[in-house]
Write a protein that binds this ligand. Structure first.
Ligand SMILES: [Zn+2]
Length: 361
C-alpha cells in the first residue's frame, strides 16, 4: 500500500491589527464616554496627551465630558516627539504613581504620535482624537519620532478607537485637509511600488490591504470637486479616506500599502529642507513624479491635487530646485524598501527631466 503524505505549505502567521471603533461625525465629543464603554473602559483613569491649542479647541471640553461621566482625566501637554520627551512624560507619570487605563491623543500628528509611543511603553491602548486631518497617522499603526535630525517611523499598535469630530477638524486651516488628501492620493503609487516589489523581489503582498488603500485613494479622486474649505462634508470624506488608509496598514502589518517611492521622496526632502511643506504636500509632489515613472495617469493625479488646492509644484512650497533634485536622486537610500526608484535610484539627469516634464520644477 502506498501512503501519500500531503505536505501543506503554510504561510507564516500574520497579525492584523486595526481600530475596533471609528466614530466620525459633527459635534460628537459627548459620545466619548459611550465609545470608551464600548471598548471595555467603563471607568478609570485617562491620560490625555495634547497641546495648548488642541486643548483649548477640543481637549478641555472632552475632559469635562469625561469627568462628568466619572472618569479621572490627567492632562499632559507635550512638545516635540523625541525619545527625551517620551522619557520625560513617562518619568512624570511614574512620579505621580498613576495607573492609566487608556490614553487619548488629542491634537494634530505629533500629539497622536506621542500617544502612540506612550501607549507602546505602558502597554495600554490609545484613542486617536484628531483636530486636523493632515495625514493618515490619525489611524495608522506607525509613529513618527524625531531622532537628532531625522524622523524615524516606529511600528506601534493601531488606535483602539478613533473619535473624529468633523466640526472641530473643519475649523482648522484648510491647508491641513488638502495635505491629508494628498497623503491618501500617494496610495496610488505606493500600491504600484508594492506590486513591483512583490513581482521582482518576492515581497509578501496582501490583496485586501492593497484594495483598501486604493479604495481610499479612489474615493478622493471621485469626489475631488466636492472637497472644499469650511465644508464639514469634505472633512468627513477626507477623515474616512485617511482612516481607511490607516486600516490598510493594519491589515498589511506594515506601511507598504500607503508608503512607497512618493514617501521616500517626501522623507528625503524633509531631511534636506526641514520645515518646508507639510508631509502630505510633499507626498503629493512625489506622487505626481512617481506616477510618471510608473507610466500611469500622472496628469489626472496632478489635476486632482490642483482641484483640491494642494501644491503641485516646488515653487508653491518655496522649495529650492536643487533640493528637489537631490531628494529625487537620494530617495532610494532612505530605507530598504524596493520601489520604482530601484536599488540605484535616479541619475541627476533623469531626475531633472522627470521634475521638468511633470511641471514640479
Ligand atoms: Zn504619509
Amino acid at each position: 500500500m502506498i501512503i501519500l503524505r500531503e505536505v501543506l505549505v503554510m504561510k507564516p502567521t500574520k497579525w492584523m491589527d486595526f481600530p475596533r471603533r471609528i466614530l466620525v461625525g459633527s459635534n460628537i465629543l459627548h459620545e466619548a464616554p459611550l465609545l470608551l464603554q464600548d471598548i471595555g473602559i467603563s471607568e478609570g483613569a485617562i491620560l490625555m496627551i495634547t497641546g495648548k491649542k488642541s486643548y483649548d479647541i477640543c481637549g478641555s471640553l472632552l475632559k469635562d465630558i469625561l469627568e462628568d461621566s466619572g472618569y479621572l482625566v490627567d492632562v499632559v501637554h507635550t512638545k516635540d516627539v523625541t525619545k527625551k520627551e517620551v522619557t520625560n512624560v513617562l518619568s512624570g507619570i511614574k512620579e505621580k504613581g498613576n495607573n492609566y487605563d487608556i490614553i487619548m491623543g488629542v491634537g494634530g500628528g505629533s500629539k497622536i504620535d506621542m500617544a502612540k509611543l506612550l501607549a507602546k511603553e505602558l502597554s495600554i491602548d490609545y484613542v486617536s482624537v484628531p483636530t486636523i486631518a493632515s495625514h493618515d497617522g490619525i489611524a495608522s499603526p506607525r509613529a513618527s519620532l524625531k531622532e537628532r535630525y531625522e524622523q524615524v517611523s516606529i511600528q506601534v499598535k493601531s488606535p483602539i478607537a478613533i473619535l473624529a469630530d468633523t466640526a472641530v477638524i473643519s475649523k482648522a486651516d484648510y491647508r491641513y485637509t488638502a495635505s491629508g488628501v494628498a497623503d491618501v492620493i500617494g496610495n496610488i503609487t505606493a500600491v504600484r511600488d508594492w506590486i513591483l516589489a512583490h513581482k521582482l523581489k518576492g515581497e509578501p503582498f496582501s490583496e485586501s490591504a492593497a484594495a483598501l488603500s486604493l479604495t481610499a485613494a479612489r474615493i478622493i479622486l471621485k469626489n475631488a470637486e466636492s472637497i472644499k474649505p469650511n465644508l464639514e462634508e469634505s472633512t468627513r470624506l477626507v477623515v474616512k479616506a485617511l482612516a481607511m488608509s490607516g486600516v490598510s496598514m493594519g491589515v498589511a502589518g506594515s506601511s507598504r500599502p500607503a508608503s512607497g517611492s512618493e514617501h521616500l521622496f517626501a522623507h528625503a526632502l524633509t531631511r534636506i529642507a526641514p520645515g518646508k511643506g507639510l508631509h502630505g504636500e510633499l507626498v503629493g509632489l512625489g506622487t505626481i513624479m512617481m506616477a510618471y515613472l510608473h507610466g500611469i495617469n500622472w496628469k489626472k493625479i496632478k489635476k486632482t491635487l490642483e482641484i483640491i488646492g494642494a501644491p503641485t509644484s516646488a515653487y508653491d512650497l518655496d522649495l529650492d530646485p536643487n533640493d528637489v533634485i537631490l531628494a529625487l536622486t537620494t530617495a532610494h537610500r532612505i530605507r530598504r524598501r524596493y520601489t520604482i526608484l530601484g536599488e540605484t535610484g535616479l541619475s541627476e539627469e533623469a531626475a531633472k527631466t522627470l521634475a521638468k516634464r511633470t511641471g514640479v520644477l
